[in-house]
Design a protein around this ligand. Sequence first.
Ligand code: NAP
Length: 284
Amino acid sequence: MITGKTKLLGVIGDPVSHSLSPAMHNAAIAHLNLDYVYLPFPVKREDLEKAIAGFTAINLVGFNITIPHKQSIIPLLTEISPSAQMVGAVNTVWWSEKGWCGTNTDVEGFCAPLKHISRSWSKITPVILGNGGAARAVVVGCSTLGCPEIIVVGRNRSKLDQFRSSWQNSPLEGRVRVVSNEELPRLVAKTELLINATPIGMYPQVEQCPVDETTIAQLQPGAIAYDLIYTPNETQFLYRAKKRGAIPINGLEMLVRQGAAALEKWLGRTVPIEIMSQTLQQLI
Ligand code: NAP
């Protein structure tokens, strides 16, 4: 039951009505029998500052941030974590005595399924397809795992140049190699970790694949093929990689774990990851 004592959490974005986070978080809160509620707050680009001031006024405990506010929230925060600084985006904010603080739990979410797999990460050079927002979290995640060099492959030269220069003066300077699509076949043949951080193959374009049949045939058996997409459950990318003997990972655990890391931050306790995962699986 919601009362005057119920503590508030939420997600801001525009649009935000499609967000799966309210269902996932409220299921965990109900399971823990806590007096919290997690709400979607549609906030337009131009209203971000007013919304944050309002959250301070009503003592919101914390909130998630989705498009288009993940970067523009940063100047409004008192402190951000080193990983959010490197990613250049914040997806989780909490109130502390210092003010609003932020981090990027996509990094932790991305790493979670890889931690089940025993590999010498310091000997692996991951290859990331795509150079958008998620690719940035993946780069930081791979560096956190201990990969010394990370290769990012994209299609648009000017965006690739921007992506390359964005790591200058960061702890990852010199460790992120940014290349164009033509190099992909050679890179796929060598890597033990190939990650799709593009939306290619996502529902409803389920027949599409970010890597052509000949290129994916170069993948080493036992390599990890990680698709950030979670609908469908098995993308063409994962299907083809699995046929080559690769280990497939889809984006569901990343989605659950980035949410769980945020909820743990707000509640200061462990959260029921399995309940969060089951709730999402019923919705997607
Ligand atoms: P984004 O910022 O829009 O970036 C998408 C990237 O994919 C860009 O580099 C873009 O290239 C490239 N791309 C898009 N369409 C392409 C095409 N047809 N051919 C070649 N490249 C193409 O998106 P994002 O936020 O990074 O998200 C990427 C994917 O990750 C989405 O499917 C999203 O759902 C998923 N994701 C999953 C999780 C999770 O928790 N599992 C979290 C975040 C994101 P250009 O720059 O050249 O346009």
